[in-house]
Design a protein around this ligand. Sequence first.
Ligand code: BG6
Length: 487
Amino acid sequence: IPVASFDGVVFGATGDLTMRKLLPALYYRFRDRQIPETSRIIAAARSHHPEAEYRGMAEAALRRHVPEADLDADTIAGFLSLVTYVAVDGAGEEGWSDLSRLLGERPDQVRSYYLATSPSLYGKICRNLATHDLITPQSRVVLEKPIGHDLTSARAINDQVGRVFPESQIFRIDHYLGKETVQNLLALRFANTIFERLWNADVIDHVQITVAETVGVEGRGGYYDTSGALRDMLQNHMLQLLCLLAMESPLSLDADAVRDEKLKVLRALKPIPAHEIPARTVRGQYGPGAIGGQAVPGYAEDLGTGARSLTETFVALRLELMMPRWAGVPFYLRTGKRLPQKMSEIVVQFRSSPFSIFPPESFAREPNRLVIRLQPQEGIKLEMMTKEPGPGGMRLRPTGLDISFEETFNQRYPDAYERLLMDVVRGNATLFMRRDEVEAAWAWADGVLQAWADRPEPPRPYPAGTWGPTAAIALIERDGRTWHENL
Ligand code: BG6
């Protein structure tokens, strides 16, 4: 279904995010005729480029980031004809009259201002938008993460943006919420009665969330080194996954109904007492190693500064939620760069029965687990015990009841940004974070960051291509549990 015709202004239009994610996402939506041809993509950045040159850069980005089979010359030309370039200094004075003139041509059009810039510019760009009278009732502003690096800075950014835009016009992106499999968590939980009845502390032993990446810092060292795994991945993407997994049923799919329930989860995050921080959190940093048989350098070398960094590229922790449904259920979260494979999954492990009619020698006893595979090989698997076929008696083995989304649906999975960018135009904020959510997530993360800062210790080294420091294994094994390994 096509969205309304819109003017999409992208600040930071020469940057990595625009080239790698936003332009390809818009291209696909144009190709599938969701973006009307009367729309404009107004690329804005500080440097000066003739329009043809910027279109050349955009085309090169598409050729690099969109598979060749999805590109064709006519569609590319059609798409690029929507693209206009304007040199604007987001934080300064220059270029704003040009932008005003362009937008003034279509005053009633839906407008989105996508801030793909450093968060330190969000406030200034918003102030400029207001000063130049560019905010209409049909305007929305889209903020990329990170929104701040702690609660105080997040509040400052939210205040600055909030002075200019009402909350209903602010769209804070967490691209994990745009992933098909993440949205599917809502379907899994609230469209299937069987799971919802099992979704509580009486039945569930614990939950694991793993977001593993093989990439290192990829030329983003300047940003990453001031951030680290907790701020870059856990405070936002992983806590959002936790929210969808743990929240009570919202009353509807309305943006505020869903966000109210997510907020309750974030507020229920139990602070980790300072004295438990060493046992319940692990920070790691990759050293040189090998992934898929290929040697890769360590973090220090990837940074290229020669300086020793104390930033973590891996974090694992154990948390609890102060909610009746989850009383006493531990949640183990881990994420890291340069791990053996790119893989995001949620594992819900059910309690085992203390009694069994099967003699111990007849099987390797495994609990039931629901494994929700977010990427890649998206799907859902229920791990169960089954009898091995054969006359050898009752021998049991864990097997999987498996739904592969690829085989079931056999269609391309749109990138998260495709869905989210169209939701902005539609004004649907369900998959975006509200101010109070971002701040509640920071309030909890700040506790961990503060405890780390109070007792500074270098992150534990792990060779690239391994599952993080051994302390991360000890973290869960101390509780008599183990990280899930795919069968
Ligand atoms: C981003 C982080 O938000 O998410 C990156 O800043 C990370 O460090 C990326 O690589 C992971 O996203 P995805 O969609 O590849 O899992």
